[in-house]
Design a binder for this molecule. Structure first.
Ligand code: PLP
Length: 367
């Protein structure tokens, strides 16, 4: 049931605080006054719901960035004017027609993409972002190839703005030499005439002013998680947008020496009280989260114990005798940073947030 108070009885729900996302967007803007912002809403807005996030940022965001044409079409349906940046560009020649129809900004990172664009008969020219492989070695032209394509695309009928873009590999490691080199390689190309430049992801927005350029591309910070291992979201001044909350659906006492969950991998070293929580890996909770990963019950931290199951997980309540069936559980969110859970599970907040599955209902709040 998804109406009114019945949400309270939902055994598992992801509550999304849209005012936190608006706040975090403002934080990105404050880091780089006067620059424009593509709010990155790929992967269903990192699991938060692209439709609701785009709507919440409708009147403030200068643009949105997405990974695929399908995502771009969804954003365009919600926003007629915003610039929409297609981060990986088109995957086939006919995609340029659709991109022109939608009025997208397209990235070009391969020769094939550039040739397909120049061969296309477009209803209107596209804003083009030439992507430089400045050192991440995932996508992009070498500096030499980029110079050649700049010359060929400049003034072409299919091209409106000709822009420059690159992406950092290590911006989350402060003082990284790779980042310095990437910035240098980007700056080296600025003798060419570009209408707009874009380089900064969240980590660079927060810590590398020299990389801000014309357009920022914040992703993770909008959702209130940190790109850094050693700087928390709270320290960065961003507010968590998603709280994944569940219920304690069963409690039992077990004797010392008994195992818990599949494989009995965790064994009680004392007489213990075990709680079962209505969230599992099919909801997006990481199956590899080890015993000891923090879980919040009624605002108090208890350790996860045993293997995470598909629909449930278990916690040790021995040191929390007040816990009862029906108690509220937070897997991550406003009171337990997703980054802490991610660190315990050997991953990053990005993965946990974007992997919350479709069966988890999203409930939206505006403050
Ligand atoms: C996903 C993505 C971003 C956003 O990165 P965050 O670390 O989440 O801020 C920016 N630029 C590109 C090219 C991306 O793919």
């Amino acid at each position: 049931m998804k109406t009114g108070d019945q949400w309270l009885n939902c055994p598992l729900v992801a509550t999304i605080d849209l005012s936190a996302i608006a706040h975090n967007y403002a934080v990105a803007q404050r880091c780089a006054p006067g620059r424009q912002v593509f709010a990155v809403v790929k992967a269903n807005a990192y699991g938060h719901g692209a439709r609701e996030v785009v709507t919440a940022l409708h009147d403030v965001a200068d643009g949105f960035a997405v990974a695929s044409l399908e995502e771009a079409a969804e954003v365009r349906a919600l926003h007629g004017e915003a610039r929409i940046l297609l981060l990986q560009g088109c995957f086939a020649a006919q995609d340029y027609l659709f991109a022109a129809q939608l009025g997208l900004d397209v990235v070009l990172h391969t020769e094939v993409q550039a040739q397909q664009l120049l061969a296309a008969q477009l209803a209107r020219p596209l804003n083009v972002w030439l992507k430089l492989d400045s050192g991440m070695h995932r996508l992009g032209f070498s500096a030499e190839a980029l110079r050649e394509w700049h010359a060929r695309l400049n003034g072409a009928a299919q091209v409106a703005e000709l822009n420059l873009l690159s992406h950092f590999a290590c911006a989350d490691e402060r003082g990284s030499e790779v980042t310095e080199l990437q910035l240098e390689r980007f700056l080296d190309l600025l003798d060419l005439d570009f209408a707009q430049r874009s380089l900064a992801n969240s980590a660079a927005i927060l810590t590398i002013p020299a990389a801000h350029m014309d357009w920022l591309r914040p992703g993770i910070m909008l959702y209130g998680a940190t790109p850094f291992a050693d700087l928390s979201a709270a320290e960065l001044g961003v507010r968590p947008a998603m709280s994944l909350t569940a219920q304690l659906i069963a409690c039992r006492d077990i004797a010392s020496g008994e195992g818990v969950g599949y494989g009995g991998t965790w064994r009680a070293e004392r007489a213990s009280r075990i709680g079962t929580v209505s969230c599992g890996y099919a909801d997006g909770y990481p199956r590899h989260a080890p015993s000891g990963t923090p879980v919040l019950i009624n605002g108090q931290r208890v350790p996860l114990v045993g293997r995470v199951s598909m629909d449930m997980l278990t916690v040790d309540l021995t040191d929390m005798p007040s816990a009862r069936e029906g108690d509220a559980v937070e897997l991550w969110g406003a009171q337990l940073p997703v980054d802490e859970v991610a660190q315990a599970a050997g991953t990053i907040g990005y993965e946990l947030l974007s992997k919350v599955t479709a069966r988890v209902p999203r409930r939206y709040r505006h403050g």
